[in-house]
Design a protein around this ligand. Structure first.
Ligand SMILES: [Zn+2]
Length: 250
């Protein structure tokens, strides 16, 4: 049972603290190193006293969940019922969803839920195809709005307004759109309100990393903000459609 809790802590560290090791419930050097990277853990350890490795890993996961707005109760390094509830809520919202689970998880494409979430844009954004039309917020699926909002807020903190414009992040390419995948017959993740496009003109569908603007190195913090929330970049995963990020795994 305790192994399962440590596995869940590793899932949190993988999503938000750069953990790249196995989800095996074993606290090795990689797990510990990523736990140390979580800001605030060392300060808490000074209050709590020296922590055993397992407890430090749980504490790091608690700090991340707490910071993401999920109520873990006391930050004490013990995975109790409150932390478990917070983890389940977080996983339901922020973990990568599988394509196979989409209909069950999100309901039918095009339903009211696909536009029931609202994301407020923390920088000046305009429609990519009409620079005079400002976008202060947009609609997405209700289950991913909080996650998308955290990514936007993190991106706003990572870049200056000038850098945002230089990257083309101020050019909104769309979110909900009831349509099939380009060049295919299956429904796009856009048909569920689960994908967002940025600056389509400089990140064309078939362009690879040699041409796409968002493939350049200064876009890395942008993609990391999405990946921390469990979203997938088709550009970084498959080297096409660099305009696109989606809340569903490939
Ligand atoms: Zn797209």
């Amino acid at each position: 049972m305790y192994i399962d809790r440590l596995k869940n802590a590793q899932r949190v560290l993988r999503a938000s603290a750069g953990y790249r090791g196995a989800i095996d419930g074993k606290v090795g050097s990689k797990t510990l190193a990523s736990a140390w990277r979580v800001r605030g853990v060392d300060a808490l350890e000074e209050i709590l006293g020296p922590l055993a490795p397992d407890r430090r890993v749980v504490l790091a996961a608690q700090v991340i969940l707490d910071g993401a707005g999920f109520d873990v109760g006391v930050l004490d390094g013990f995975w109790g019922p409150q932390t478990d509830a917070a983890f389940l809520a977080w996983r339901g919202e922020a973990m990568p969803f599988r394509q196979a689970d989409m209909a069950e998880k999100f309901g039918p494409a095009g339903s009211a839920r696909c536009t029931a979430g609202v994301v407020r844009v923390p920088w000046r954004m305009v429609l990519a195809w009409d620079g005079a039309e400002q976008i202060t917020e947009f609609k997405c699926h209700e289950l991913v709005a909080a996650s998308a909002q955290r990514a936007f807020d993190r991106i706003a903190a990572a870049y200056s307004p000038v850098q945002i414009r230089d990257l083309g992040l101020h050019l909104y390419g769309g979110c909900f759109n009831y349509r099939t995948k380009r060049g295919g017959t299956s429904l796009s993740t856009h048909a569920y309100g689960l994908a967002i496009d940025f600056d389509p003109a400089r990140n064309r569908l078939k362009w690879g990393a040699d041409r796409a603007r968002l493939a350049q190195r200064d876009a890395t913090p942008f993609w990391q903000a999405w990946e921390a929330e469990g979203w997938t970049s088709l550009g970084r995963a498959r080297n096409f459609d660099w305009m696109h990020v989606q809340a569903v795994a490939l």
